[in-house]
Design a protein around this ligand. Structure first.
Ligand code: ADP
Ligand code: MG
Length: 230
């Protein structure tokens, strides 16, 4: 198992209560190498977001095992899991999820402060420069364009230097040109940092930019192939 960044073994997951309970992930097993870029595709409702959140330790499977960078998430208690997420996993959402009452700089510094880093603001400032926002440190999210907000979210996700970066349709709220530059940025930063990337996308062009494409259908892996062959 060494060298694997992400390993899922027979993951089963249901969400919701009572009659609304839905069996979402049905025996999902997969392995992702360190530094690999995976495109996660499939119809709406097939379980892509749920699978991504399971890899990120934000959803806990009913059964099966999730191991990230050799550490078994499914064996951790909530505190250990939260600490692991803060240090090792970066998450980017379609709708940015920035704190509206905080500046760009404060948004990026927040996870670093929570992780007890003494130089949180210096690092946050460097991360914002790395995504081309050195001139926007004191701006609030509402004062930034969608593409700029997503850059802040990417800077925030990468600031703790995570081993894996997961992104759920990161270009879904952006026009094509802006989305394209966000994707270029994600791939450039991923290469620079040697991080593993898992990207949920509807965009087949984007999926083929990944090393491998995994296709979900009704909570099961339907296909798993080199992106060039998919
Ligand atoms: N909290 C929840 N409670 C009940 N059902 C849910 C919940 N979250 C997602 N689902 C259902 O699980 C299925 C998969 O959802 P999701 O992972 O968001 O799919 P995708 O990202 O591929 O569109 C959908 O049918 C969705 O309605
Ligand atoms: Mg989704």
């Amino acid at each position: 198992m060494s060298g694997k960044s992400i390993v899922l073994e027979n993951v089963e997951l249901s969400l919701g209560r009572g009659a609304a309970r839905v069996h979402i992930l049905k025996g999902v097993s997969l392995g992702v190498d360190r530094g690999e870029a995976i495109g996660l595709v499939g119809p709406s409702g097939s379980g892509k977001s749920t699978l991504l959140m399971t890899m990120a330790g934000l959803e806990r499977p009913d059964s099966g095992r999730v191991t990230i960078e050799g550490e078994e998430l499914t064996a951790m208690d909530e505190d250990a899991l939260a600490r692991f997420r803060g240090r090792r996993i970066g998450i980017v959402f379609q709708s940015f999820h920035l704190v509206p009452t905080m500046t760009a700089l404060e948004n990026v510094a927040l996870p670093l402060e929570l992780a007890g880093k003494g130089d949180a603001f210096d690092r946050a400032s460097a991360e914002l420069r790395a995504v081309g926002l050195g001139e926007r440190l004191a701006h609030y999210p509402a004062q930034l364009s969608g593409g700029e907000q997503q850059r802040v979210a990417i800077a925030r996700a990468l600031a703790p230097d995570p081993a894996i970066l997961v992104a759920d349709e990161p270009t879904g709220n952006l026009d094509e040109t802006t989305g394209g530059s966000i994707v270029d940025l994600l791939f450039a930063l991923k290469r620079e940092r040697g991080a593993t990337l898992v990207l949920v996308t509807h965009d087949t062009g984007l999926a083929t930019a990944c090393d491998r494409t995994i296709r979900l259908r009704s909570g099961r892996i339907e296909a798993d192939a080199d992106a060039a062959a998919a």
